[in-house]
Design a protein around this ligand. Structure first.
Ligand SMILES: [Zn+2]
Length: 471
């Protein structure tokens, strides 16, 4: 018999360790031990069991001394389109609302290649990890030129991020009354077949899973009712989650009323798109009946405050959702509608935006952090991430609070993570492995990688200019 060495990681002397456990403990001079990617012990450094000290001295355990840092459970991103990190701040899409913004970008995205998907996903994941995010979902819904979701999945494994890969799709092109141009939509039988292949190839439903596959038609205005319905049936036959965009802005609601004669929430319910295995992005315009429906059925929401502001979509009623028990997580959304994917920044904007909409007590710093951790975990259907407690996945982020950004915030260093300007994580651990160390991604040569990213982004734009000239 061969015995495999255990991987032990010891964290100690964090100024504060935020657990998000059932008592919401915040431990001063905090310590944590992870064994094989799972939290084995949490408490004050003074009570760290001696055997772990000995393991560190003997060199059989990895030690992180996090003096001057606040440690939080790894942040959970519930909505993204990582390929969009190739098409940030395009002038033609800087100042438009959702439908105009999409119409200007679809022709550019039609030039995506498998290499572009892989490289942009790595870039987006590096950016997220550096912001303290350890688990992310990604919604890839456009597959031109042989691109596949496998390209994103391989990127996640390479960089070491916990990943929920959403197999998006678009099937109703402009000629059929949808929004996307016909050349970027797929036929529905191929979508379902490829989705099933991805689930069978990649989906891991075990506890502490690093990879789950999600069934995710893009939006009611880019797929048919039949694909929505069949996607739900497929997902449920495999026990995987469902994700789409819903009720993002007034035009989105108007499309639903005109085409389907229903509100977005009624449309979702009519096709089986409610339940604890479903989460919808945005829901800015979810009406009171929709909020009650989501609460009653355990349906989740990915709240994306920066994107909602960028596209002038509005203020999602997160206070009302939370008060009624709706599961809410945060999403940075794609890099072309929120040009900065910083999860701590997103928590900060969630707090600020709720206050603009609903008053100064609408959201506090700890609630924003809770939504960014436990909220995201619940939305993704996980009970093994979002908190640092015995038996949870060893995913955490450490923020150095000794810099100018946090000067003078010693009265409440935890709230300062949200109230002060967002800083980058100096350490990020996923599955008990150090992925960000001293502010650098340890699993990728980022400067070299970004050079490739720049070259591919430029070639995508040049290709779209040439294609436009041919039309
Ligand atoms: Zn989106």
């Amino acid at each position: 018999m061969t015995s495999q060495a255990t991987r032990t990681l010891v964290l100690r002397h964090a100024d504060v360790l935020v657990t998000m456990d059932s008592q919401r403990r915040e431990i001063a001079d905090g310590a944590l031990v992870a064994v094989d990617g799972v939290v084995d012990w949490v408490g004050p450094s003074s009570e760290l069991p001696a055997r772990h000290d000995e393991a560190v001295r003997a060199g059989s355990a990895r030690l992180l001394d996090l003096r001057g840092h606040v440690v939080v459970p790894g942040l959970v991103n519930t909505h993204h389109h990582m390929y969009q990190s190739l098409t940030r701040v395009l002038p033609a899409a800087q100042d438009a609302e959702l439908f105009g913004w999409l119409s200007n970008l679809y022709p550019v995205w039609a030039g995506l290649t498998p290499e572009m998907v892989r490289v942009s996903t790595l870039t987006a994941m590096a950016e997220l990890l550096l912001s303290g995010c350890t688990t992310s979902s990604d919604h890839l819904y456009i597959y031109p030129n042989g691109s596949r979701l496998d390209d994103s999945i391989e990127a996640a494994a390479q960089i070491g991020m916990r990943f929920h890969a959403a197999r998006g799709s678009m099937s109703v092109g402009r000629s059929q009354g949808g929004l996307p141009p016909d050349e970027v939509v797929e036929d529905e039988a191929s979508i379902l077949k490829d989705t099933q292949r991805l689930i069978e190839t990649w989906h891991d439903d075990r506890r502490h899973s690093m990879l789950r596959v999600v069934v995710a038609p893009c939006s009611p205005f880019s797929v048919s009712r039949e694909l929505m319905r069949d996607s739900a049936l497929l997902a449920r036959s495999f026990g995987v989650s469902l994700h789409t965009h819903l009720a993002e802005n007034d035009n989105d609601v108007a499309y639903s009323r005109e085409r389907f004669g229903m509100t977005p929430a009624e449309y979702a319910e009519s096709l089986g798109w409610v339940g604890p295995d479903v989460w919808h992005a945005h829901c800015v315009k979810l009406d009171p009946a929709g909020i009650a429906l989501f609460a009653r059925t355990g349906t989740g929401v990915a709240h994306c405050p920066c994107s909602n502001m960028r596209l002038a979509s509005g203020i999602a009623p997160v206070r009302a959702m939370r008060d009624q028990g709706v599961a809410v997580g945060l999403g940075v959304d794609g890099s072309a509608s929120n040009d900065g994917a910083h999860m701590l920044g997103e928590a900060r904007q969630a707090l600020l935006l709720q206050r603009v909409g609903f008053g100064p007590a609408a959201m506090g710093a700890r609630e924003a952090l809770e939504i960014a951790t436990l909220g995201g975990a619940r939305v993704l259907g996980r009970d093994d991430i979002g908190a640092l407690a015995l038996g949870m996945s060893a995913d955490f982020a450490a923020f150095d609070v000794r810099g100018p950004t946090h000067a003078g915030s010693g009265a409440d260093p935890v709230a300062a993570l949200v109230f002060c300007a967002p800083v980058q994580a100096s350490t990020c651990v996923v599955d008990g492995r150090v992925v960000v160390e001293e502010g650098r991604v340890a699993t990728l040569d980022l400067p070299v990688h970004l050079e490739t990213h720049r070259r591919l982004a430029a070639s995508l734009l040049e290709g779209s200019v040439r294609a436009a000239a041919r039309r």
